[in-house]
Write a protein that binds this ligand. Structure first.
Ligand SMILES: Nc1nc2c(ncn2[C@@H]2O[C@H](COP(=O)(O)OP(=O)(O)OP(=O)(O)O)[C@@H](O)[C@H]2O)c(=O)[nH]1
Ligand SMILES: [Mg+2]
Length: 353
């Protein structure tokens, strides 16, 4: 009997202890339990991803000349007066004398041969001729999978947009799934290294730099070797746009070419000459000079968004036959597009009906 009582008592005590422990645990857990909001939460505003600039959006200024201006000119056919007025428009759009003459002669010959007289047909014929002029420029940059790293050297006079284009290209390559490294070859100004570092941070890409005043060729050599060791696919190399004088700049570029060439990986694989579309005919003389120092393999036309002309693109294509790899259509990382001659003439003239 006493054993039964003892057992019962034990059971009661154990139950009481279990209850106390359970209540305590609940009290301890309560403050860190997830808070249930009775009020509906305000959703965090999402930062909209910037929309990439389009050819037609960026070339809206140029279109007023090419589409509206020229079409109204053709209202009276294509006689000597119209030819003269068209010549003035094309020259003011930076087509250059030589390209302008060729375009006018070709248009005249076609108009005669095909008896083209009405404004729409003349406008379409001019558009077709200019589309043909762009044929050599229409060769997009292709990066072969085998070359690791593929070294792209960015050259051009100061302020044209080299560093910004590097940032935009890095963003583009990265979103295509390629690994990228930036090399701060503009050692002439400390601010240039900082600008490249800022792009690196912004788009999360490593930057290899040395202090300003360092030898540019050796910075780029080190960066390329490092990329090779790490298996990085693309190196984007910045260079100075301004040195004490032009021959210094050109000598330095030639040296960079020679030094990178010693790496036995065929570097630099692409030399992109960056040209500011708003500088007009200066772009022609710049291209000539860079062709002598370090043969560019492609062009980048920046600031097409700010230019009301656009004709320099035709002059460059006809005179040098270099591929226009990319065009800059704004200042944001997304504002760079591969050059597309159809999209370009459509943006200038309006789409063909
Ligand atoms: N609107 C517009 N601005 C651009 C474009 N590309 C570059 N810029 C601007 O042009 C200015 C000069 O660009 P940078 O990239 O510093 O030019 P850079 O050639 O590196 O200049 P240096 O290093 O001084 O030789 C900056 O304010 C850029 O934001 C473009 O496509 N459109
Ligand atoms: Mg720069």
């Amino acid at each position: 009997m006493s054993l039964e009582i003892a057992l019962l008592l034990g059971l009661v005590i154990a139950t009481v202890i279990a209850l106390v422990v359970w209540r305590r645990r609940r009290q301890i857990r309560a403050p860190i339990a997830p808070t249930v909001h009775s009020e509906p939460q305000t959703p965090t505003p999402e930062v909209p991803a910037p929309t990439p600039a389009s050819f037609s959006g960026a070339l809206v200024k140029s279109r007023s000349i090419w589409a509206t201006g020229i079409k109204s000119l053709f209202a009276s056919g294509f006689d000597a007066n119209v030819r003269e007025e068209l010549e003035a428009i094309l020259l003011s759009a930076d087509l250059g004398v030589e390209t302008c003459d060729w375009v006018l002669e070709t248009l005249e010959a076609r108009a005669k041969a095909d008896r083209i007289q009405d404004a729409d047909a003349l406008h379409a014929a001019l558009k077709a001729i200019l589309f043909e002029v762009l044929a050599p420029a229409d060769a997009p940059l292709e990066i072969p999978a085998a070359s690791t790293p593929f070294v792209i050297l960015m050259v051009g006079v100061n302020g044209v947009g080299k560093t910004t284009t590097i940032g935009k290209l890095a963003h583009r390559f990265q979103s295509e799934g390629r690994s990228v490294l930036l090399a701060a070859g503009d050692t002439f100004r400390a601010a240039a290294v900082e600008q490249l570092r800022a792009w690196g941070e912004r788009i999360q890409v490593p930057v290899i730099a040395q202090e300003s005043g360092a030898d540019s060729a050796s910075v780029l050599f080190d960066a390329t070797q490092s990329a090779k060791a790490k298996g990085i696919e693309v190196v984007l190399a910045d260079t100075a746009g301004r040195l004490q004088n032009k021959s210094n700049l050109m000598n330095e570029l030639a040296k960079i070419g020679r030094v990178l060439g010693k790496l036995e990986i065929g570097a630099p694989h692409e030399v992109l000459l960056v040209l500011d579309a708003s500088t007009g005919q200066n772009a022609i003389s710049q291209t000539r000079e860079f062709m002598e120092a370090i043969r560019p393999t492609g062009l980048v036309m920046t600031k097409l968004d700010g230019s009301a002309k656009g004709g320099i693109v035709f002059a460059l294509a006809r005179e040098f036959g270099l591929p226009i790899r990319y065009v800059g259509l704004g200042e944001q990382a997304v504002d760079l597009q591969p050059f597309d001659r159809q999209a370009f003439v459509d943006a200038l003239f309006g789409p063909t009906q």
